[in-house]
Design a protein around this ligand. Structure first.
Ligand code: MLT
Length: 248
């Protein structure tokens, strides 16, 4: 597992979205490193964590637990964007003592519904048939708000273009088959921040607000002028909220 690890102080573990890699957190590295030890892995098959192999959200939670053992970190704050949140929930469920604070950004606790599962199957078939060349046109309008800054579009497009086709397929399967945590989130007992993007096309702001309402010690933050990748589209606001939350 390829890992970014820099800075000193309390550890913050950043879990990336699909089909991206650890570099999606670059705007947060700058904001967090003066205060925290920042850990950002490439999930199996993504970025430089090669080769790809099939995985479940629970197996990635185990990978992260092993990673913290290896790095000598007992507990940390965990922040996941989208698929990163799908991983953070089983990580919390399996290793609650590891998590001091939780950030669930642009993500949801429930599993895919039948329509979403069918869309995942269609995506798998499309990648099998045509490779990952189909991904940028499909993913960019979902991940980014209309008229997202050109620099952000370029960076995200590059990450999508570089994804390994098998990593993409294994990721879609893992998301399709993930467990439903919606009836468990009321038991989360660490301080939690739920973040949404004002223009998130994948997870609606009101669904994120409902998620925050169902977690006892939570706060809700809506990042203005951002779509699904709120940390990249409005890093100023995202970092401000993140730092304020983490430094409490
Ligand atoms: C992500 O941004 O991690 C994924 O696109 C989320 C999803 O497809 O459910």
């Amino acid at each position: 597992m390829k890992v970014f690890d820099q800075g000193k102080g309390p550890a913050v573990l950043l879990i990336h979205a699909f089909p991206l890699n650890r570099t999606m957190w670059e705007p947060q590295f700058t904001g967090l490193i003066p205060h925290f030890r920042v850990i950002a892995p490439d999930i199996r098959g993504f970025g430089e964590s090669q080769p790809p192999s099939p995985w479940t959200m629970e197996e990635i939670a185990d990978d992260l637990n092993d990673l913290l053992n290896r790095l000598g970190i007992e507990s940390c704050a965990v922040a996941g964007v989208s698929m990163g949140g799908y991983i953070a929930l089983p990580f919390l469920s399996r290793y609650p003592q590891r998590i001091r604070q939780l950030v669930l950004a642009n993500t949801r606790a429930r599993a895919d519904n039948e329509k979403e599962k069918a869309a995942r199957n269609e995506m798998i078939a499309a990648i099998q048939q045509n490779g990952t060349a189909i991904l940028p046109d499909r993913m960019l309008p979902r991940l980014l708000k209309p008229n997202s800054p050109e620099g952000v579009v370029t960076v995200v497009r590059k990450m999508i273009e570089e994804v390994n086709p098998w990593a993409a397929i294994h990721g879609v399967i893992a998301m399709r088959d993930r467990f439903d945590f919606s009836s468990a989130v009321h038991r989360i007992n660490c301080p939690t921040m739920v973040v949404t993007g004002e223009e998130d096309a994948i997870i609606r702001a009101e669904d994120s607000r409902a998620l925050a309402d169902s977690i006892p010690r939570s706060q809700f933050v809506q990042v203005p002028h951002s779509g699904h990748l709120s940390n990249l589209e409005n890093p100023g606001e995202f970092n401000r909220a993140l730092l304020e939350f983490l430094r409490r």
